[in-house]
Design a protein around this ligand. Structure first.
Ligand SMILES: *[C@@H]1O[C@H](CO)[C@@H](O)[C@H](O)[C@H]1NC(C)=O
Ligand SMILES: *[C@@H]1O[C@H](CO)[C@@H](O)[C@H](O)[C@H]1NC(C)=O
Ligand SMILES: *[C@@H]1O[C@H](CO)[C@@H](O)[C@H](O)[C@H]1NC(C)=O
Ligand SMILES: *[C@@H]1O[C@H](CO)[C@@H](O)[C@H](O)[C@H]1NC(C)=O
Ligand SMILES: *[C@@H]1O[C@H](CO)[C@@H](O)[C@H](O)[C@H]1NC(C)=O
Ligand SMILES: *[C@@H]1O[C@H](CO)[C@@H](O)[C@H](O)[C@H]1NC(C)=O
Length: 659
């Protein structure tokens, strides 16, 4: 009955009540091979999404690190049982890199005293193995107690006694292995170390590098937080841009992200100013990032410092060579043979096999900092000097400029460009045709829907979370990039993580806190996951026009599947869009899996970590091609869909990206 009424109305008001079917005929030939690393992300330690996020360390401010821009502080630390805590730069520091340590003073009759750490706004405590260590200087006969307890009730969930190895004038390391007896009910917990004041010479001891890790992803030492990596891994990422954007540039030309400072034992890492108003540990260093990328099978896009800092410091031409040498060293560290100078350093750090590296980006957004001189110097000498030196040493590396053709930047051959887009949904949709047949290859190095339509304002106007309407527009963007896979090297969502206790940029793929229950996959996550789970090895040309259905078609030689990816954005009067899809060479009666993602009625619906609701609905069904070989299905307004004739061959861990 309803159907009949609609049909009658549709006849009368053809354009306003029902859309005509979109007829898509896909040819078997005439497409382009794809590169297999289309979907990925940028990570940078923006407001505790590295330290306190991806990096699993539980102790905040573990080594009292200072930097050019921030002094050492006692942030995160509290005294236990009346001890006095202060910072000292001893004549004999723990190391050159870690000069400041914690002085714990009391008197010999004070009993059990010490200090506790509040973690990155809490600690997840459960029955599992925690490992760590701390360094002590000073004489002490007795035992240390390391414990995890509630900050609210004081209840101890687990503790361990560690026999002192202390000597008067030496720094000695004490290992901690702690398995709590019970799970804590929430994350309002602290980690404490105490000692018996009576066993000390004068009631005081000095401590440094107090570190504690829960189990990490793949059990890697100094590794990543399991639940966060799992949320990333389940996105099937194949591209990873590191070590961030602004972070790479640094606040000034004396404090950029120096990869050499991020290698080796933690006690030799001085830390880093960062650019987000807090000192960083550099525990999440280059090697950790490389292992992480390897574990997840991601192609690397490594950014190298290019002589421009956020404050506008620009390296003059005659002072640039050391930075070029540094970039060449970094590339050698990553992919040089184990008997090369820097390859040997990597081998010594446990990875003799070279990592794979094909993409190196010179700087970050060199058109933004430094006014017009930023880009002028980049165009005149900075980019050309890096390009020439890197390609002379590594002809197979695709060097990427930090500017883009789409923003009017010239990119000398054989460089590629990098386009960044933080935008309203409508902008992503309006740019749909922008990438067709562009001559210069590009990465889309940062992209996200960030503002509501009509709402672009950079002082606080971001949406509070990724939202459904924005995510659908991202899908339209992804389709437009994937259609041009011969030219668009890959696409990175940015930024990927947000610590909801300490954020400064609200729209990220995944939200997190100390509590794994708050690790939240956003609306965008579901869309990127779906598209990345169905990788083409070849795009295939198709006939139909776009709007309101934006789509791309292709096939996978790895699975044998023919694949359609599409998004409906603002259909006529919000009606469903009937799709008639035929692939040349796909027989009548062929089964395909159709996955359709739909969102809430309100396009501003979000996945909020505080409520835990998921507004994205996933519907999977089997569609059979008719006697004419045509797959028939309807897609609702504001929906995203994938049809795949080899559903069983959906992404699996064993499936390697195409090279
Ligand atoms: C527990 O920790 C959370 C997150 O840091 C905080 O918002 C909350 O107020 C804490 N609860 C109590 C009772 O301290
Ligand atoms: C650092 O920046 C200052 C100020 O812009 C400049 O004078 C100096 O040459 C720069 N040095 C290097 C090595 O980049
Ligand atoms: C989509 O619809 C919304 C709401 O009706 C409107 O604000 C927006 O401009 C439309 N965008 C396009 C590209 O049609
Ligand atoms: C980001 O971190 C800095 C330093 O911890 C802090 O001052 C700032 O308030 C944070 N931003 C927000 C919005 O939390
Ligand atoms: C393949 O690439 C060429 C050149 O960029 C382009 O003209 C053509 O449209 C592409 N074909 C498909 C199916 O994307
Ligand atoms: C499609 O859905 C969006 C989001 O719900 C809505 O804003 C828009 O008005 C719909 N399009 C039309 C033309 O109804």
């Amino acid at each position: 009955m309803v159907y009949l009424n609609l049909a009658v109305l549709a006849g009368l008001f053809a354009l306003s009540y029902a859309s005509p079917p979109v007829k898509i005929s896909v040819s078997a030939k005439g497409g382009n091979a794809t590169n297999g690393h289309q979907y990925g992300f940028l990570h940078e330690d923006i407001n505790n999404s590295g330290d306190g996020g991806l990096y699993a360390e539980l102790i905040r401010n573990r080594a009292f690190q200072s930097s050019e821009h921030y002094p050492s502080t006692l942030d995160g630390w509290s005294a236990v049982n009346g001890a006095q805590l202060s910072l000292r730069d001893l004549d004999v520091p723990l190391s050159e890199a870690l000069k400041t340590s914690l002085h714990v003073a009391t008197n010999k009759r004070a009993g059990q005293v010490g200090f506790s750490n509040a973690g990155y706004w809490g600690m997840d405590v459960r029955v599992q193995k925690y490992t760590g260590s701390f360094w002590v200087r000073g004489a002490y006969k007795g035992e240390f107690t390391a414990s995890l307890q509630s900050d609210i009730t004081g209840e101890t969930f687990g503790s361990v006694k560690i026999k002192s190895k202390c000597r008067r004038d030496e720094w000695t390391e004490h290992a901690v292995v702690l398995v709590p007896e019970k799970d804590a009910p929430n994350t309002n917990n602290t980690f404490a170390i105490t000692f018996d004041a009576a066993g000390t010479a004068d009631g005081s001891l000095d401590f440094n590098l107090i570190s504690l890790f829960p189990p990490t992803y793949k059990g890697r030492k100094n590794g990543m937080r399991i639940d966060i990596v799992e949320a990333l891994e389940q996105l099937h990422p194949t591209l990873f841009r590191l070590p961030g954007g602004n972070m790479l540039e640094g606040l000034s030309n004396t404090s950029w992200w120096d990869w050499k400072d991020s290698l080796g034992p933690l006690k030799d890492r001085p830390g880093f100013s960062g650019v987000w108003d807090y000192p960083q540990t550099h525990g999440l260093g280059l090697m950790e990032y490389l292992l992480f990328a390897e574990d997840l099978g991601m192609e690397l896009v490594v950014g190298v410092f290019a002589g421009l800092a956020l404050n506008g410091d620009i390296t003059p031409e005659d002072e640039l060579q050391p930075f070029i040498d540094d970039a060449l060293d970094q590339i050698e560290f990553i992919r040089g043979p184990p008997d090369s100078k820097w390859g040997a350093v990597r081998a010594k750090l446990g990875h003799p096999e070279p990592f794979k590296l094909k993409f190196v980006e010179i700087g970050n957004e060199d058109w933004l900092a430094g006014g017009s001189e930023g880009w002028n110097t980049y165009r005149e000498y900075r980019f050309p000097m890096f390009l020439e030196a890197i390609n002379a040493a590594y002809p197979d590396i695709q060097v990427i400029s930090s500017g883009s053709y789409f923003d009017g930047h010239d990119i000398p051959e054989p460089g590629a460009g990098d386009y960044h887009l933080y935008a309203e949904p409508d902008t992503l949709v309006e740019q749909f045709s922008r990438f067709d047949n562009v001559a210069t290859p590009h990465i889309i190095g940062e992209v996200a829907a960030t503002h509501p339509n009509g709402g672009t304002s950079w002082d606080g106007g971001l949406m509070p979370f990724p939202w459904w309407g924005g995510a659908v527009a991202e899908a339209v963007g992804l389709v437009s990039y994937e259609r041009n896979q011969d030219r668009i090297i890959g696409t990175a969502y940015a930024p990927i993580l947000r610590n909801i206790n300490r954020w400064q940029w609200s729209v990220t793929m995944i939200q997190h806190s100390a509590d794994p229950a708050q690790t939240t996959r956003s609306t965008s996550w579901y869309i990127w996951e779906l598209f990345a789970a169905h990788i083409f090895t070849e795009t295939l040309p198709a006939t139909a026009d776009f709007d309101p259905l934006y789509y791309v078609t292709g096939k996978s030689d790895q699975t044998g599947g023919y694949i359609f990816k599409g998004a409906v954005y603002n259909s006529t009067d919000g009606a469903d869009v009937p799709v008639r899809l035929a692939f040349e060479g796909v027989k009548p009666g062929t089964s395909a899996e159709l996955t359709v993602l739909t969102g809430p009625e309100n396009p501003y619906g979000v996945n909020d970590p505080f409520t835990g609701t998921n507004v994205v609905e996933t519907t999977r069904s089997t569609v059979k091609s008719g006697r004419d070989g045509v797959f028939r299905f309807d897609l609702p307004n504001m929906s995203v869909a994938v049809l795949d004739t080899s559903p069983k061959a959906r992404w699996n861990r064993g499936m390697k990206p195409v090279s």
